[in-house]
Design a protein around this ligand. Structure first.
Ligand code: ZN
Length: 110
């Protein structure tokens, strides 16, 4: 499964996020150079790509949206609802893992 990073995308800015994985793209608000040292963010987005590969595109997005909705009904707070999505918890758990050269190369940042 292939993903393609796209920098300076309008979609993350509209959604007020730094980056978003919308298969088959990984969209970033800023320019490529802005992310040279943001390994934590890149690793987070890469983990979402791995989740999509593992669970499939449809299951990933249906589960993501369903959990957001369920969490929102519970907490009545959009930010908490987002933070508590299981895929977000997992991505945050992986943020500090080092990226290998292939992973960095994926972002064309080398
Ligand atoms: Zn995330």
């Amino acid at each position: 499964m292939r993903f393609r990073p796209i920098f300076e995308s309008k979609i993350p800015r509209i959604l007020r996020v730094e980056a978003i994985v919308l298969w088959p793209f990984m969209l970033f608000a800023g320019a490529k150079d802005d992310y040279k040292y943001k390994h934590r963010l890149l690793r987070h987005e890469l983990q979402h790509a791995y989740q999509i590969v593992e669970h499939g595109v449809i299951k990933f997005y249906v589960t993501y949206l369903w959990e957001y909705f369920r969490n929102y009904m519970q907490y009545r707070d959009g930010f908490i609802a987002y933070r508590e999505i299981s895929y977000e918890l997992d991505a945050r758990d992986h943020e500090y893992l080092p990226m290998d050269e292939d992973e960095l190369d994926f972002y064309e940042l080398l």
